[in-house]
Ligand binder design. Structure first.
Ligand code: HEC
Length: 160
């Protein structure tokens, strides 16, 4: 193998080993679909939640279990993304912008599973048998639940 190929492989490896990072991988998704209401750009920040400010957002993780690092299925943020669009609490709200694509939802779940790395901090890794790639199944753009047996039970958590 040529040295260039080896160098490239090492680069690719270090990239995957590093995992998903909020600023690099998640923010661009939210920027497009959430910032109208959840950033400094919003007239009034909705739900008091800013997704464009890593410090503010990471502090909010524990409130209402918005993000539970290592447990995407229990993270309210994830739940809002996969709820049926007509339900209250679905994000973005009905008729207020485009839903995340299946790929984007998977990326968010994966990021939470890896410990929700944000602002250099990372929580614990989720259990291997709960890896979103194994469990997250979609049909017609909607996440499936009980039908798939092992698939997660997506539930709306009541704010505490
Ligand atoms: C058109 C405005 C609007 C857009 C766009 C929007 N949201 Fe919201 N969001 C709201 C409102 C209003 C609330 C507070 C009321 C509620 O919970 O229904 C809220 C609340 C939330 C909460 C709950 C916060 C808490 O602590 O209870 C989360 C999580 C959330 N949004 C995530 C998102 C994400 C992620 C996106 C982008 C995919 C998004 N929102 C896009 C209006 C919006």
């Amino acid at each position: 193998m040529s040295p260039i190929k080896i160098a490239f492989l090492l680069f690719a490896l270090s990239f995957t080993a590093n995992g998903l990072d909020y600023r690099q991988d998640i923010m661009p998704i939210f920027k497009e679909k959430c910032y109208d209401c959840h950033s400094s750009k919003a007239k009034k920040v909705k739900g008091g939640l800013r997704l464009d400010d890593e410090k503010h957002f990471s502090k909010r993780f524990s409130k209402n279990e918005v993000v539970v690092p290592g447990d995407w299925d229990a993270s309210y943020l994830f739940v809002t993304l996969v709820m049926p669009r007509h339900e209250k609490g679905a994000m973005p709200p009905k008729n207020k912008g485009e839903s995340l694509t299946e790929k984007e939802i998977r990326t968010v779940a994966e990021w939470i599973h890896e410990g929700a790395k944000i602002d250099g901090e990372k929580g614990k890794l989720g259990p291997a048998n709960w890896h979103p790639d194994r469990l997250l199944k979609f049909k017609d753009g909607r996440v499936m639940t009980e039908q798939f047996g092992e698939a997660p039970k997506v539930k709306k958590l009541e704010p505490k």
